[in-house]
Design a binder for this molecule. Structure first.
Ligand code: HEM
Length: 448
């Protein structure tokens, strides 16, 4: 009857239903794709994105991490930005770190920004992907075996003792400068068997230019930081044989990470007298146990539980390698957000290390926190998974040796407490270099 009286009613009902159906489909579609659009952050203008803000942070005394820190505060644990024309996502949750660093489902690979990739070498262990990476890592394994580490400890200890014996009492020593020299020498000896002479001198100088260029804009224009870095890389390549090409490319980065870690450790210990007292008790014991003619051994380092915690805590607080770069190999989902194939995914280790939910009182230097078992993926100084730092035991050994010799040989005090960060540094580096005054020196030759 109603239909007869109003012949268009059917038509309207169908239209209404169609409209409701479309709305439902649209809502469902939006819900499904909501993550893709709602991942917080600002990708700015096409290509440029937030590159200028990123460069401004690199060029400031707060360091490049300030760029990440501000956005993490603004957007939370997961945010996106656009740098050098590419989308970058920063993630700072232990659960996501586990998924990404273990490359669950083969969805991620390593990828550095262009400047770093070119300076380190896209075929090097640091940059290589998948099968090629496995092969190089396998070839390098023997270099990092327990036997190699054992002989390295003695060699490095001898180097540290020799270096410290040249520091004079009542003088000022810049820890960063000394540790850079030590680290470069140790790396050259260990990775490419260069111990002294012209080649070592060139390595020390050119490696520094490469490190300075890591975060530069990748413009091949003469005079630019990047161009100088490329020239330095060429000089280093010219010195070395083709056969050791895989080994050589990481020297610069390893030298800086270890030197920076040593410098921060000295600063943290200086600022925490009770930690220094506790350390002294342990290290004096070690010294007493050692024969007067011996260098430190791996066994001796294994008897330093407190110093090992000091090293770990210094690495946590310094977070020398601040984030670990990966690339998504396929569209996927993380933290409920859609990640597109080709996006750069950075595990923000520094935020995890300083997250009060992950570590109690994260700003307090408290080595004893490592007496208890830590939460999974809460300590990421050396990364995790297939790309874990190959030199982590070596790095820990170097830190322990340096700490032992410094505190048992000298009375020292940091004389510049400034925590500003060096501009253009990829790895957190103290601008002051951490100068210390030496007020007491034991005769270092006596320990030999
Ligand atoms: C305190 C000093 C050091 C720190 C904090 C450190 C940290 C790291 C981190 C976080 C990674 C992994 C990055 C990622 O997953 O993207 C890494 C990789 C690596 N590190 Fe270290 N490192 C240090 C010292 C060294 C030393 C002394 C060596 C060698 C002599 C070394 C050799 C390597 C190598 C070869 C890789 C690449 C591993 C791979 O991709 O398979 N590192 N390091």
């Amino acid at each position: 009857m109603l239909v007869k009286e109003h012949p268009y009613i059917c038509y309207h009902v169908v239209l209404l239903m169609l409209f409701l159906l479309c709305t439902k489909v649209w809502t469902l579609w939006c819900k499904k794709n909501k993550a893709a659009v709602s991942i917080p952050g600002n990708r700015g203008l096409l290509f440029v994105g937030e590159t200028l803000q990123f460069m401004a942070a690199i060029n400031s005394s707060k360091g490049v991490y300030e760029f990440v820190r501000i956005r993490r505060l603004r957007y939370g644990n997961c945010f996106k930005t656009r740098l050098f024309g590419e989308t970058h996502v920063f993630i700072s949750r232990t659960e996501s770190a586990k998924v990404i660093l273990n490359n669950e489902g083969g969805k991620f690979s390593k990828k550095y920004i262009k400047s770093i990739a070119e300076l380190v070498g896209s075929d090097s262990l640091l940059c290589s992907a998948q099968q090629h990476h496995k092969l190089i890592r396998f070839c390098l394994f023997s270099l990092f075996s327990t036997a190699s580490l054992s002989s390295f400890v003695k060699f490095f200890d001898a180097m540290v003792v020799e270096a410290m014996s040249s520091w004079s009492c009542e003088s000022i020593v810049v820890i960063q400068d000394e540790t850079l020299k030590l680290a470069c020498k140790a790396m050259c000896k260990m990775l490419i068997s260069i111990e002294s002479g012209y080649e070592l001198m060139v390595m020390q100088k050119e490696v520094a230019s490469i490190c300075d260029a890591m975060l530069s804009f990748p413009l091949r224009l003469p005079g630019t930081r990047f161009y100088k870095g490329l020239k330095a890389r060429k000089k280093i390549m010219d010195i070395l044989d083709k056969e050791i090409s895989e080994r050589r490319s990481g020297i610069g980065t390893h030298r800086d990470t270890i030197a920076n870690a040593m410098t921060w450790m000295v600063k943290f210990v200086d600022e925490n007298q009770e930690v220094l007292n506790e350390l002294m008790k342990e290290q004096v014991q070690i010294e007493k146990q050692g024969t007067r003619s011996a260098y430190l051994t791996l066994e001796a380092l294994n008897k330093m539980p407190y110093a090992s915690k000091v090293v770990k805590e210094a690495l946590r607080m310094a977070s020398v390698v601040q984030w670990f770069p990966r690339v998504a190999l396929q569209d996927c989902e993380i933290e409920g957000f859609k990640i597109k194939k080709g996006w750069n995914i950075n595990i923000d280790a520094r935020s995890i290390h300083l997250d009060p939910i992950v570590h109690n009182d994260p700003d307090v230097f408290n080595p004893s926190r490592f007496s208890d078992e830590s939460k999974p993926y809460s300590f990421l100084a050396f990364g995790m998974g297939a790309r874990t730092c190959l030199g982590k035991n070596m790095a820990k050994a170097m830190l322990l040796v340096f700490l032992h010799r410094l505190i048992t040989t000298y009375k020292w005090k940091v004389i510049d407490s400034d925590s500003s960060i060096q501009k253009w540094a990829l790895f957190t580096k103290l601008k002051s270099g951490c100068p210390v005054s030496l007020t007491y020196m034991k005769d270092t030759n006596k320990t030999m």
